[in-house]
Design a protein around this ligand. Structure first.
Ligand code: GDP
Length: 170
């Protein structure tokens, strides 16, 4: 099955999205000891397309330096293992220097990266949205992980970017 990784700095809403996509049918498959919190794996499904999902997960937000080095590790893991990387930013807070650093790494990889601006809780795009264009990634897909807005469009985009040679059905 194709693999989807969710990457982003602390508190942008990765776990919220992960749990929403994983839904009820999903069990947490495995934990691995890591430099940060354990990574969590789950199975995701959208319109009969099945995939595996990695929440590169928790970072202890002690200091900007630690966050940055842990984010680099997360990005490396995602680049090595994922077919599609969801890079999540915070549409409420706007762009940060950590977002820029991670975007640099992801851009240099030849992985498919989907930029996701979370916490867009209304239909009006936030003023911050233009900041994310400077990352040089795709146009941000605006979602609200907690309210559920935009998730269908996001998953359509994810599925369409999985490689064809991997069976996404049964
Ligand atoms: P993570 O550290 O990236 O995994 O972030 P979490 O999923 O733990 O979410 C961090 C905080 O943001 C929590 O308080 C969530 O309830 C909140 N949050 C997540 N998604 C949304 C959203 O779409 N809108 C708003 N307003 N808050 C959200």
């Amino acid at each position: 099955r194709p693999i989807l990784a969710i990457v982003g700095r602390p508190n942008v809403g990765k776990s919220t999205l992960f749990n929403r996509i994983a839904g009820k049918r999903i069990s947490i498959v495995e934990d691995e000891p890591g430099v940060t919190r354990d990574r969590i794996y789950a199975e995701g499904e959208w319109l009969n397309n099945y995939f595996n999902m990695i929440d590169t997960g928790g970072i202890e937000p002690n200091s900007e330096d630690i966050i940055l080095s842990q984010m680099r590790t997360q990005a490396e893991i995602a680049i090595e293992t994922a077919d599609v990387i969801l890079f999540m930013v915070d549409g409420k807070e706007g762009l940060t220097s950590t977002d820029r650093e991670v975007a640099n790494m992801l851009r240099k990889s030849n992985r498919k990266v989907i930029l996701v601006a979370n916490k867009v809780d209304s239909h009006t795009p936030p003023n911050t949205i233009y900041e994310f264009y400077e990352l040089g990634l795709s146009e941000p897909i605006m979602i609200s992980a907690s309210h559920g807005y935009g998730i269908g469009d996001l998953l359509d985009e994810v599925i369409s970017n999985f490689p064809d040679d991997k069976d996404t059905g049964y």
